[in-house]
Write a protein that binds this ligand. Sequence first.
Ligand SMILES: [Zn+2]
Length: 449
Amino acid sequence: MIRSLYLFILLSLLALAGVWVADNPGQVALRWDNYVIETSVVVLVIATLLIALILMVLYQLFFWLKSGPGRLGGIFSARRRSKGMDALSHGMVAIAAGDSDGARKAAVAAEKHLQGEPLTLLLAAQAAELNQDDRAARIYYSKMTENPETEFLGLRGLIQRAKAENDLDLALLYVEKADKLKPGTEWVLKDLLGLFLKLHRYEDADKTLTRMARGKSAKSDRVKHLRAVIAYQRALPLAENGEKEKALTLALDAHDLDPAFVPASVMAISLSQPGRKLDKLINDAWRHAPHPDIAKAVKNLIPVESPADWLLRAKRLIAPLKPEHPETMMVMARAALDAQEWGQARGYLNKTADIDPRGSVYRLMAELEERANADAIAARKWILESVEAPQDPLWICESCGRQEKSWTADCPSCGTFDSLIWRKPDQGVTSGDLLEAEIVQEIEAPKPT
Ligand SMILES: [Zn+2]
C-alpha cells in the first residue's frame, strides 16, 4: 500500500516535470573546442537518461562476467571439451574395431581439443600401436609416466612395448618401477615372476612367488610345482660346480614340493649317500612318477656292477613299487636281458606288450630273439612291429610341440618356461597336463620372437 503510494507520487512528479519541460522548451548550447551542439532541454534530458541507461547495463554486464571466473571462457571451453570427448570416444571405438586410420585421426582431434588431458595420451599411444608406430607409442607412454595420474598406466604400456621388443632387462626395470608405485598388484607380480624366470634370476623368482601365493594358494599343487622347478634350477649350477651338499638340499626341497617332478628326483638320488633315506627317496620318486631316468640314476649309484647284481638290486628297489606299471616292467626287462635271464626278460616284455605296446618293447623283443635264440627272422619281425607301434613317451613342449629326450626349464624351441611334459607323442594331452600348461602360460612372459 505504502509502495503504491510512493510509486504514485513518483509518477506524478515525473509527469509534472515533463509538462514543465514541455512548457519551457529552453535552448542548450554546448561548445567544446571548435564543436558546437545546440538542442532543446527535452532532447538533452532524454539523451542524458539514455546514456545513463546504457552505462548501467554495461556496468551490470561487467559485474556479471567478473562474478563467475572464466564464465565467458567457460562457454568456449565447454564446447571444446565436448568436441574433445567426442573425438576420444570415436578413437576408442576405432581402436576396438582395429581401424588404425580412424584411431589416428581421432587422436589428433582429441589432442587439439583436450590438450594435455591424460586420456588423449593413452588414445594417441594406442593409435600409434595400431599403426605399428612403436617409437611414437613409446614416446606417448613415456609422457604418461610424467603425470602421477597416468604414471602406472604409462608404465604398463612401456612394459608391453619392451616385452614385445624382447628387451627383458628394460621390461624388468619398468615392472620394478610399477611394483614400487603399487606394490602387490596382480599383473605386476605375474610380470615380475615371468621376467625373473626368463632372466634365470631364480632366487628373485622364488621371492616373488612367495609374495604372490599367500595362505591357501601357497599350498596349491600349481605353486608347489613351480617352486620345485625353481629350486631345481637353483640346484643345477651348484651341482655343476661341485657344491654337492647345497645342490642336494635344494634338490630334496624340490622333490618334497613335487615328488612327481622327475628331474629333481633324479638329481636328489644321484647326490644322495646310500642308506635308508636314499631307499625311501627312490621309493617315493618311483611311486609318484616311474620314469627311465630315475631307474638310470638308481643304476648309476653303483658305477661298476655286474648285470646280475643290477638285476638283483632292481628287483629289491624298483620291481616291488608299482609292479604292473609299464615303466617298471621295461626296467626289469632291460635288466634281465643284460643279465641274460632270457625267460624273465620274455615274461616282462610279453606283459608290457599286452598293456602298453610301444616301439621300445618290440625292439627289446627283437634283441631277445637275436641274443637268446640267434633267430634273425623273428628279430626282423619284431623290428617291423616296432616301427608300426605307438612311440615311446618323450618330453614334449605343450606350447610348441617340440620333442626332447631330456627335460629343460625353457623349451629349446619356443623358450616357454616349464612347458615340457612327459607323454607319448601320439597321445592326446591329459586333463592334468593341460591344466599344468595353462597354469604355466598364465604366468608366462611373452615368448621371444
Ligand atoms: Zn616349446
